[in-house]
Design a binder for this molecule. Sequence first.
Ligand code: NAD
Length: 359
Amino acid sequence: MREFHYDTLPNSVIFGRGSVAELGSVMERLGCRRALMLSTPQQAAAASEATGALGDLIVGRFDGATMHTPVEVTERAMAAMSEVGADCVISFGGGSTIGLGKALALRTDVRQIAVPTTYAGSEMTPILGETRDGRKTTQRSARILPEAVIYDLDLTLGLPPAISGTSGINAIAHAVEGLYARDTNPIMQLIAEEGIRALADALPRVVADGGDVVAREDAQYGSWLCGMVLGSVGMALHHKLCHTLAGDFDLPHAETHAIILPHAVAYNAPAIPHAMTILRRALGAEDPVAALSELARAVGAPSALRDLGMPEAGIDSASDHAVENAYWNPRPIERGPIRTLIAQAWAGETASIAAGAAS
Ligand code: NAD
């Protein structure tokens, strides 16, 4: 029998080429008149250019967003926000900038309009990962979810191939784990299947030609769907392992996801027959693990944790850490098999269902 709980996310999404022009009307709908624009230093000019028409609806700009949402940066942004008396933030960028907007909203309940420019999918989730003194903590709260999201593919045309590929695989990972999450439901499985299909099909085309607007649109559509899955259901081995590895060794987030995903699916494969059937359909492949490895290769993602700077000695400590922080997973998390998984990912060995099941 099917038994599930299902809550919809209370946010509003605008999707379409040139839709950043709707920022003013979105602010009006939210009852806002004074926006603080958030971006990374690298995207400050692009953010100004895309939002120039807003005139004095933008009362300040904070371009200090950075990876891992450090609390010190949030505190500086809080000061900037109160100095200009902002009543909303516009988070223009990828998961790092959107994370900063979320951190501000968690503390002040300020309204957020996210304008995502990568495929990571954070804009659709009530989840925030923050770092304090080098330690990352993750939390969920209704306050964290951006009230409005504007997906404008024109803002993704300049996204470099490497970030396009790895942020897209990061989004695919959200949907893959949503297929077998403990609290998954039939709606999320439909959305996950379509999101994986759209992104897996689009990413190689995006990487081959960043100006291919049809591929960019397909990728952004898939990213939205995959983000929605992460926002709605819990995660398992893949996400927890990536957080452990990225946190312990300061590895880059999206690249770590790209390396681990095929290994995590291979590990779980014996315990997730229904999810594997959906994955076969979504990826159009008999062997989803091989298809995910091939996708990572096709978009030029790294394949070995050692190439990201993880030391070999870290295999054992990460295995201990992964087992200590026990969490739900469809297949029990046991040190021996997890060590094998991490060792294979460290060395860049190709993941396979047979190796995952035997480990
Ligand atoms: P990012 O936001 O760190 O951006 C990477 C780089 O790309 C930055 O220098 C940025 O300025 C640049 N960039 C972004 N868009 C660009 C564009 N269109 N053109 C040119 N340059 C552009 O990368 P990301 O992968 O989007 O985000 C990663 C972060 O997001 C991680 O910290 C991760 O933990 C977080 N994340 C959170 C969630 C969640 O639900 N909480 C989900 C996914 C990712």
